[in-house]
Design a protein around this ligand. Structure first.
Ligand code: GLC
Length: 435
């Protein structure tokens, strides 16, 4: 049985771990400058100048049904979109600010259309909601804030009342969790300490400042079962390592295995970044997914749509890479997790195993040509095939006559016989039905 004792939390995480693969969408005013979603603070852009984006935001080609079709084809089973990012602009119709999409030339509630479109394709739907807000007048200036270096920053920040802002968040979360039907995931972002190099009056912000206990209680009351991440500073359902590849299952402070989700980008930015050139290769993208599932995690892969509202050709190509591979190989991902400790991955491979323990998947990152040697597997195989085409993979057990003296050959060895030329799929998978 590849079943692990995973820390229980209030949210309904069972479907989430089964589904394994989701789409992250970072979309907001920052898609117009197209220089990273942090552009306002990186370049310390003035309010007046940033307002231009608000005045001209008009994604005339926004068709979330198209995004949803591509997400589904890529094998993604759930989606999380920015309802509000750090810039403070709201992608939904809210009563609590005028800084929202329905007041741009677009006059549309982007979140409503998004929810409807992805739900229609059968995906679970979530919201990203930024705790940080660089537009709200009551959000105190700190070392991450665009106004941090203004000569009068301290005065400007002095009278700001964090309680008012925390209440604003509760109001908006109430709107998001009442006006759009069942919401499966709420992805808050993020908490941080003070910067030791910044002036003393600039404080970090975490659970107490966000009034996170109240915020979370409210969300759970409105949407029982909702999955909430840890970035309010309070541990909830979801651990979220970002922009790096964990090497083993994520654990909490007490050493318990947890539900976790790596979030990654196709290139080095979350928001649309026209001139960013570090786009990952199709092979890397597939490997990132497998590398995550083989240690019990989910992958939330990001797209940053353009300000016209469509997915850039590079993002579409990356999604197509997933679609090509997942069309044939998704069985090694859905409902799969880390393999039992009894199976040790041979060099150049990654293992996953179905939760009922009956199927073992060997992902060939390095194609071994002709023989894949797998110690420890003798006597355990009922049948083996390539996953992508269902063609039988023959194997020899125990002492392998082909191997000359001195080569690995033992009582527990299995040697799979593979075609010399790697099959036509980016990462071939051997599907082993265990006895
Ligand atoms: C971060 C960044 C951000 C991005 C997010 C995704 O903490 O601030 O721009 O939205 O992580 O995980």
């Amino acid at each position: 049985m590849a079943s692990f004792e995973i820390r229980k939390t209030p949210g309904d995480t069972a479907w989430f771990r089964r589904d394994r693969f989701g789409m992250f969408i970072h979309w907001g005013l920052y898609s117009m400058p197209a220089r990273h979603e942090w552009v306002k603070t990186r370049e310390k852009i003035s309010e007046e100048k940033y307002d231009k984006y608000f005045q001209y935001f008009n994604p005339d080609m926004y068709d979330p049904r198209e995004w949803a079709r591509q997400a589904k084809a890529a094998g993604m089973k759930y989606v999380v979109m920015t309802a509000k990012h750090h810039e403070g602009f709201c992608m939904f119709d809210t009563q609590y600010t005028d800084y929202k999409c329905t007041n741009t030339p677009a006059h549309r509630d982007f979140i409503r259309e998004y929810v409807d479109a992805f739900r229609a394709e059968g995906l679970h739907v979530g919201f990203y909601y930024s705790l940080i807000d660089w537009h709200h007048p009551e959000f105190p200036i700190d070392h991450l804030h665009p106004r941090r270096d203004d000569p009068d920053a301290e005065q400007k920040s002095a009278g700001r009342n964090m309680h008012v802002y925390a209440e604003y968040m509760r109001n908006q979360v109430t709107e998001l969790l009442t006006n759009y039907g069942k919401i499966d995931i709420l992805w808050f972002d993020f908490s941080y300490g003070a910067d030791p190099n910044a002036p003393q009056w600039m404080k970090g912000k975490s659970a107490p400042e966000w009034e996170a206990e109240q915020l979370i209680a409210l969300a759970r009351k409105l949407q029982p079962g909702i999955i909430i991440d840890n970035r309010t500073g309070l541990e909830q359902d979801l651990w979220t390592p970002e922009q790096y590849q964990p090497l083993e299952w994520i654990k909490d402070k007490d050493g318990n295995l947890v539900t976790w989700e790596a979030c990654q980008t196709f290139s080095g930015s979350w928001g649309y970044y026209r001139d960013e050139m570090t786009w990952k290769s199709p092979e890397m993208l597939i490997q990132m997914l497998i590398n995550t599932v083989c240690i019990g995690g989910n992958l939330l892969m990001n797209v940053g749509p353009t300000s016209r509202g469509y997915l850039d050709y590079r993002a579409e190509a990356a999604l197509a890479a997933y679609a090509d591979w997942m069309k044939y190989n998704s069985r090694s991902v859905y409902g799969c997790t880390q393999a039992d400790a009894a199976f040790v991955a041979p060099r150049g491979t990654r293992l996953t195993q179905s939760e009922d323990g009956k199927r073992l998947y060997i992902h060939l990152f390095e194609y071994p040509y002709e023989f894949l040697q797998f110690p420890g597997l003798a006597g355990k195989i009922d049948y083996a095939q390539f996953l992508h085409d269902g063609s039988e993979v023959l194997y020899d057990e125990k002492t392998i006559s082909h191997f000359s003296e001195g080569a690995a050959s033992s009582d527990d060895l299995v040697a799979f016989r593979l075609p010399v030329v790697k099959p036509h799929t980016l990462v071939p998978v051997i599907e082993v039905f265990l006895k």
